[in-house]
Design a protein around this ligand. Structure first.
Ligand code: 13P
Ligand code: SF4
Length: 303
């Protein structure tokens, strides 16, 4: 089927089902283009929370769709590919978090949104890359903080807020594909370019950047900036949106190797099949969902 036919079918079925298509900034271009809304983890959860649609087609990875399902238990959340997971989210399990809590019983647990519903349910407050500093800053100064699972985001936020935190040994394998050498080479080739990297990057890469921002922050900064050239240190899918919104600006991905294979599992075909079959439903058990929702809602209040 041609991509025009596919798009037409998706649009018809999307209306028929009373659905909304949400896509993360890392999705392949054609999936971003068919979506009703494209954004970062925070904007996607906010949109999922307030939409009137009966069905949410979530084009991203599992923890993001799960967050949408937790916030909207009365809606059907479906994924084009249920196997699109996040290796970083899988690094922290419920057992491991419970052990960490036993070691630090007085600590407040901040979980990155890149976690399973079970881990969120066991945490006090959630955060995304866009609001992590605000969330950590909202915790009383006399309380210890456990931050899971990303040690690099956690380390960056700790430095930014001046709050010492107990970090877990999690990381994003995709962002670690960007190395200092890449940034140094690109900076030498394009000395007038602004370097913006995601806080999941290694401290070496972050140390070479002009700005450290989550995906929505990157999109905002690029739009507002007077600079014409940008070296972008995050998953390469974001370049599609950046080019589309800023046709006169030039983008250099920090590394072509920074590709999240899970984000790339979704395709137009799979979006159509998900809408046709309505089978790839994201299910969160009620009790876990209710507790996880408290951690997410606390985050939304703060941000
Ligand atoms: P953002 O919330 O910045 O979009 O990041 C999500 C993510 O998974 C980054 O790897
Ligand atoms: Fe997870 Fe990294 Fe992929 Fe984001 S880019 S979904 S953190 S593996």
């Amino acid at each position: 089927m041609s991509s025009i036919d596919l798009k037409g079918k998706i649009e018809r079925l999307n209306k028929e089902r009373g659905a909304i298509i949400l896509a993360h900034n890392y999705q392949v271009g054609e999936v971003q283009d068919i979506a009703d809304f494209v954004g970062d983890s925070l904007a996607l959860s906010k949109t999922a929370a307030k939409t009137d649609a009966k069905v949410i087609v979530f084009c991203g990875v599992h923890f993001m769709a799960e967050t949408a399902a937790i916030l909207s238990p009365d809606k059907k959340v479906i994924m084009p590919d249920l196997n699109a997971g996040c290796p970083m989210a899988d690094m922290i399990t419920l057992d491991k978090l419970r052990k960490l809590k036993e070691q630090h019983p007085q600590a407040v647990v901040v979980c990155y949104v890149n976690t399973t519903a079970e881990v969120k349910a066991e945490s006090d407050i959630c955060c995304t890359s866009a609001n992590a500093a605000k969330v950590v800053g909202s915790i009383p100064a006399d309380r210890k903080i456990i931050f899971v699972p990303d040690k690099y985001l956690g380390g960056y936020i700790s430095k930014k807020t001046g709050r010492e935190m107990i970090l877990y040994n999690g990381f994003c394998p995709t962002h670690l594909r960007i190395i200092g050498e890449d940034i140094k080479r690109l900076k030498a080739e394009h000395p007038d370019a602004l370097v913006i990297v995601h806080p999941e990057s290694s401290p070496e890469v972050a140390g070479l950047a002009d700005l450290i921002l989550g995906t929505e922050g990157i999109c905002r900064e690029v739009k507002l900036s007077n600079t014409r050239k940008f070296i972008i240190g995050t998953e390469t899918g974001i370049i599609h949106r950046l080019k589309k919104e800023n046709p006169d600006k030039i983008f250099y991905p920090a590394s072509e190797k920074a590709v999240c294979v899970n984000m790339k599992r979704n395709s137009l075909e799979k979006v159509l099949w998900a809408l046709e079959d309505m089978e790839n439903i994201v299910i969160v058990p009620d009790d876990i969902g209710k507790r996880a929702k408290m951690a997410i809602e606390k985050m939304l209040e703060v941000s």
